[in-house]
Design a protein around this ligand. Sequence first.
Ligand SMILES: [Fe+2]
Length: 382
Amino acid sequence: MKTLLILFGLLTVLSNHSHAEGRLFLIRPYLFSHLGTQIGIGWMYESQDQTIKTEANLYKANVPVAELKVESDNGVFFTYLPLPACGFDTDYQYTVTGLEKPISIESVPCAGTTEEPLMVSFVSDTQEYPDQAKIGYQLVSLFPSRAILHGGDVVQTGNKFDEWVDFFDALSPVGSSRTTYFAVGNHDYRYDTEVPLWNRFFRYDANESHYVAQLGNLKLFVLNTCFEDRPDLAAPEYRWIAEQLETLSKTPKSERPWVAVLFHHPPYSSGLAHNALAPRKEHLILQKYFIPLFEESGVDLVLSGHTHLYEHSFKSGIHYVTTGATGGKLGYWGGKNPYRVIAVRERSIVNFKISKKSLNWTALNFDLNVLEDVTLNRTVTE
Ligand SMILES: [Fe+2]
């Protein structure tokens, strides 16, 4: 007992010492896409003293090349890479005060700049079991994906700060080196429809979180489909994507990249949320207004979460992939889905391999058993 007390005392002294130095991270640095235009790095120290002097530096091939401008807001420190959102050299690293050594940044190529397939991982609904979510991210770390898509419901209760801290800890196996492209989910809205913590951690408004990003030969559109939480979202989200897809459809399909749309609520699902008695009806708005637009515009892929089931549906040329919860409770059956190809009640991660002529995805459960492996091919004009 005495030894335990001494050990405890020593740990307290050590931890206070580290707090005083402000060197310990409450949230380790995470990379996020800032509305598709730049890559941001955010982090938080245990000590939320805003006067902490902190620096960030960019390295190329381990040689310092630039000091990054650090901003701080409400305890979160931010910097942005002075590099394009896609297509920069792979050999960049960064460091921020408190990191022991520089961290490599996975670069995402732009369209047509590489013949090598680009791997992108897809997770969703990290929610209330961060220990499960961490296993998911550890599994993701076993694959050489360059970027990560998150389908929303990052946390169970959007306005609980501690849940966000746990999420970033779960993300830590890959979060410092691979950029996450987030979509917002209904749980992120829970108890505050302004979603202030989204803003705090990503520096953009959840209610303005639609954007477009280029990931190699994939053009990714991200939408906010939380129409039940914020009914004023549906019209502006529709107008924005309609305009984007109209511009895109001027280019023949054989000359453009693969096109995916990522948002939280799947339009088709066998899950309970799609039961006629379920109270929320985002999927009906999607089916009525958005899907006809996607079909006309030649969208290839729609990616979602929310139902906590892995499901693949196919309708009128579009593949719908819903990934199972990474950290939320497993889903329940209860919806009718006439377009279902496969549906499995398991946690899953999905790895996409994207090249000009083919798009492959492998859905894996947490035992790394393959739930589904699909390859789409197409003819392209060189
Ligand atoms: Fe959800």
